[in-house]
Design a protein around this ligand. Structure first.
Ligand SMILES: [Mn+2]
Length: 340
């Protein structure tokens, strides 16, 4: 593995970044109404970035509303303790588009990932999108895409610094949550000196990394543990392509009163299998489709795999949605890996 020497900022379109700064500066100067949106089934990078921006902008007079374009209950319990999360609004409390001056999306690669929030684009609300997925489309009026960044919160910090906004202890905690999770607790290949320098800065600013670690990594609902048990019982190994896969049924989720958010840890656990090159967990969404979460171990590129089936993500972590049945989806993945 070659050391990372490229600064992620070098890959960002400077004009787009400047356009985002100009729009946010106007929002501050004019005390605009700004909606800041996480993607659906938000992770800590998305929600942490949203809440950090919300706290920083509202501190300087912006009428900021943090939102997620789905039922608020879908937010993972581990994230509901982040500073500012009590102000988060779900799909039934989205501000009317006529009263919104600016939309900022955080960590969503496409408008579809924003759920009901994507409706603001239909009525042309001015927008900024911030993301680091290589598959991201530039769907904002200003689109800051940083494929070399380990987490979207790095882009958020860049904007906060450009705007001269203070990173308080609460804001630092939100940002740290995104940084520690998207780097796999500073273990993925994306962890470089810039990541560790930012982590140090956030801890200096008061990020409560001990409490965050407990919330994010050492707290599970009973339902989540029961689902892990079911998923592990059903673990299947396809030796020639070194694929470890499993799935859960809708009945199993309903039986323990769990949502998709309670299944997020399954695929990471599968990846720990020493025999695995690719780990896949199939999870039933409420609309009858399957959410296919994938992780790579070693040299596999699950981002390319996900894109082949209409999804997206990173080399090491990616996913797609399918309307086919479990056996057909697994067969498709196996065929792709055999043809690779
Ligand atoms: Mn991210």
């Amino acid at each position: 593995m070659t050391p990372t020497t490229v600064d992620w900022r070098d890959e960002v379109d400077a004009d787009e970044l400047e356009a985002a700064v100009v729009q946010l500066r106007a929002a501050i100067d004019q005390r605009q109404a700004v909606v800041i949106a996480a993607h659906v089934t938000p992770d800590a990078d998305s929600l942490g970035g949203v809440l950090a921006l919300h706290l920083a902008l509202s501190a300087v007079g912006v009428r900021s509303v943090p939102v997620v374009g789905e039922a608020i209950e879908h937010v993972p319990a581990a994230l509901t303790g982040l500073p500012g999360a009590d102000q988060l609004r779900g799909v039934d409390q989205l501000p009317d588009a006529s009263a919104v001056d600016l939309l900022v999306s955080v960590d969503a690669a496409s408008p579809e990932r924003l759920g009901a929030v994507a409706g603001y684009f239909d009525v042309r609300v001015p927008s900024i999108m911030l993301d680091h997925h290589p598959s991201a489309s530039g769907f904002g009026d200003a689109s800051v895409i940083a494929p070399g960044a380990a987490a979207t919160v790095q882009v958020v910090v860049e904007l906060l610094d450009s705007l001269g906004l203070t990173i308080t202890a609460d804001i630092a905690s939100c940002l740290y949550a995104g940084l520690v999770t998207d780097t796999g607790r500073f273990a993925h290949a994306s962890t470089d000196a810039a990541v560790m320098t930012l982590a140090a800065r956030l801890i200096s600013a008061g990020a409560d990394h001990v409490a965050l670690n407990r919330q994010l990594y050492d707290t599970r609902s009973l339902g989540e543990l029961q689902l892990l048990g079911r998923a592990l019982e059903r673990l299947t190994y396809v030796a020639d392509v070194r694929l470890v896969h499993t799935h859960l049924t809708r009945d199993e989720l309903d039986a323990v009163d769990a949502g998709l958010a309670d299944t997020e840890g399954i695929v990471d656990l599968l990846r720990s299998a020493d025999a695995a090159r690719v780990a896949v967990a199939l999870k039933p969404a409420a609309d009858g489709t399957w959410r296919v979460s994938m992780r790579a171990r070693g040299d596999a590129d699950v981002g390319a795999l996900a894109q082949a089936f209409g999804g997206g993500g990173h080399t090491a972590a990616a996913g797609f949605t399918s309307t086919r049945d479990v056996d057909a989806i697994v067969a498709d993945i196996v065929a792709w890996l055999r043809a690779e």
